[in-house]
Design a protein around this ligand. Structure first.
Ligand SMILES: Cc1cc2nc3c(=O)[nH]c(=O)nc-3n(C[C@H](O)[C@H](O)[C@H](O)COP(=O)(O)OP(=O)(O)OC[C@H]3O[C@@H](n4cnc5c(N)ncnc54)[C@H](O)[C@@H]3O)c2cc1C
Length: 360
C-alpha cells in the first residue's frame, strides 16, 4: 500500500451480508462515507447460515485439483487479518464476536481420510504453514473423542468467530448511523435516487443474487444445545464439522449443487446429528435447536470475484464456502482498489472479466 492518504469518497454497497458489511467497515475506518442497501433481514443472508469457521488450511484439502497458491495465500492472509478485524468490530460497535484462538482438529476416521490429511500436511509443509500431528489416544483422552477417530492434525491457523454476532453488530452499527437503507437495488441510479445523492463508487456484494455466472450450492446444517465437557476446538472430519459456540454447537454441512428444493430435509438433520455423535458421543443427548439451509455463492471456479468491473463499479462476491474466512481480506482488497492504492498483483486474478454482470 502506498503512504499517500486517499481523499474521502461517497460509496454505495449493494448487499449488507458478511462481505458488504465488512467492506463497509473497512471503508468507514478509512474515512469514506458509506451507504448500504439491503431489503432483507440478516437471517436471510448466507452469512447467517454459516458456521463461522476461519479455515485456510482445512479448506485447502476440500478444493478440487492442484493447490491454487494465489487463492491459498489470500485465505491465509485473511485468517491473519481476522484478529484486527474482530478488534475493529468491537471498537466501532461495542460487540465482541467470539473470535477463538483454539486450533481446529482435523480428524481421520479411516485410511482414506488419513491419506488426505497426510497430503494436506505435505501441502502445509510446502507453503510454510504449521500443523501438529495428534494421536488417537490424545484425541480420546484429552479431547473426549470416540475410538472412531484414528488420528488427527492440529491446525493453528484454523479457528472460528461467531458469524451471526459479526453480522448483527455491523448491521446495528450502520443502521444506527442511518447508513443502511432497506431496499432491493439492481442499478447504480436506483441507489443514487434512494440516497438522493451521487456516489463516487459502487460495490456489488449481493451474494447469490449477484448477476453473472455464479451458481448456488445448498448447505444444510443444524445447531445443538451445548454439552458440558465438549472441546472448544472446531472438529473437522471429511466434509463435516462440529463447531462449538457459546450458546449452540453447529453441525454441518451438506453440499448440494443440484438441489431440487430450497427447503430442509429432516432426514438430513438426523444424519448430521448421528455422524457428529459418532465422533463426540455426548452430542447424542444434545437437544436440536435449529435446522436450516443456506446457499453458497459459487463462481465458475472456487475463487471469489473481487475487483473492478467498470470505472467506479466494483464487485465482491462468489465467496462460496469461505465468506467468513475471506471477509477481512476482501474488505482490504476492495478498499485498496477503490482508493487506487497498490496491492498484491496476483490478486488481480480475482477481478471479474470485462462486462461481467453489467448493470445499468
Ligand atoms: C451451511 C453453510 C455453512 C457455511 N460455513 C462457512 C464457514 O464456516 N466459514 C466460511 O468462511 N464460510 C462459510 N459459508 C459460506 C459463507 O456463508 C458465504 O461465503 C458468505 O455468507 C457470502 O457472503 P456474502 O455477503 O457474499 O453473501 P450473503 O451473506 O448472502 O449476503 C448477501 C446480502 O445481499 C442481500 N441482497 C440480495 N439481493 C439484493 C438486492 N437486490 N439489493 C440489495 N441487497 C441484496 C441479501 O439480502 C444479503 O443480505 C457457509 C455457507 C453455508 C451455506
Amino acid at each position: 500500500m502506498t503512504a499517500e492518504r486517499a481523499t474521502s469518497q461517497t460509496i454505495a454497497i449493494a448487499g449488507a451480508g458478511l462481505i458488504g458489511l465488512s467492506c463497509a467497515l473497512e471503508l468507514t475506518m478509512r474515512g469514506h462515507d458509506v451507504t448500504l442497501f439491503d431489503p432483507n433481514p440478516a437471517e436471510m443472508s448466507t452469512g447467517w447460515a454459516a458456521a463461522g469457521m476461519i479455515a485456510p488450511a482445512y479448506e485447502l484439502m476440500l478444493q478440487p485439483g492442484p493447490v491454487d497458491e494465489t487463492f491459498a495465500a489470500f485465505c491465509f492472509e485473511s485468517a491473519r487479518l481476522w484478529s484486527g478485524f474482530a478488534q475493529s468490530i468491537i471498537r466501532h460497535t461495542g460487540s465482541p464476536v467470539a473470535l477463538s484462538t483454539a486450533p481446529t482438529l482435523a480428524l481421520a476416521r479411516h485410511e482414506e481420510e488419513q491419506t488426505r490429511l497426510n497430503a494436506l500436511a505435505d501441502v502445509l509443509d510446502r507453503l510454510g504453514h504449521g500443523y501438529r500431528r495428534i494421536s488417537a489416544s490424545t484425541l480420546q483422552n484429552q479431547f473426549g473423542l470416540s475410538a472412531a477417530v484414528h488420528s488427527g492434525l492440529q491446525l493453528p491457523d484454523d479457528t472460528q468467530a461467531d458469524n451471526r454476532r459479526v453480522i448483527s453488530a455491523l448491521r446495528r452499527f450502520f443502521t444506527g448511523q442511518g447508513k443502511l437503507i432497506s431496499a432491493a437495488v439492481t442499478t447504480r441510479s436506483e441507489m443514487e435516487e434512494l440516497a438522493a445523492s451521487p456516489f463516487d463508487a459502487v460495490i456489488w456484494a449481493r451474494g447469490t443474487a449477484e448477476t453473472g455466472s455464479e451458481a448456488q450450492v445448498k448447505g444444510q446444517a443444524i445447531a445443538l444445545s451445548p454439552v458440558s465437557g465438549q472441546p472448544s476446538n472446531v472438529l473437522r472430519f471429511g466434509a463435516r464439522y462440529i463447531v462449538p459456540k457459546a450458546d449452540r454447537t453447529i453441525i454441518g454441512a451438506t453440499s448440494e449443487p443440484d438441489f431440487a428444493s430450497k427447503g430442509i430435509d429432516p432426514a438430513v438433520a438426523d444424519a448430521l446429528h448421528e455422524e457428529a455423535a459418532r465422533i463426540l458421543p455426548q452430542l447424542a443427548e444434545a437437544n436440536r435447536l435449529e435446522h436450516w439451509a443456506g446457499f453458497r455463492p459459487l463462481g465458475t471456479v472456487e475463487r471469489p470475484l473481487i475487483g473492478s468491473k467498470a470505472p467506479g463499479e466494483f464487485i465482491a462476491t462468489a465467496h462460496y464456502r469461505n465468506g467468513v474466512l475471506l471477509a477481512p481480506a476482501t474488505a482490504k482488497l476492495i478498499a485498496d482498489q477503490i482508493e487506487g492504492l497498490t496491492y498484491e498483483s496476483a490478486y488481480k486474478a480475482f477481478a471479474p472479466a470485462p462486462g461481467h454482470g453489467a448493470t445499468a
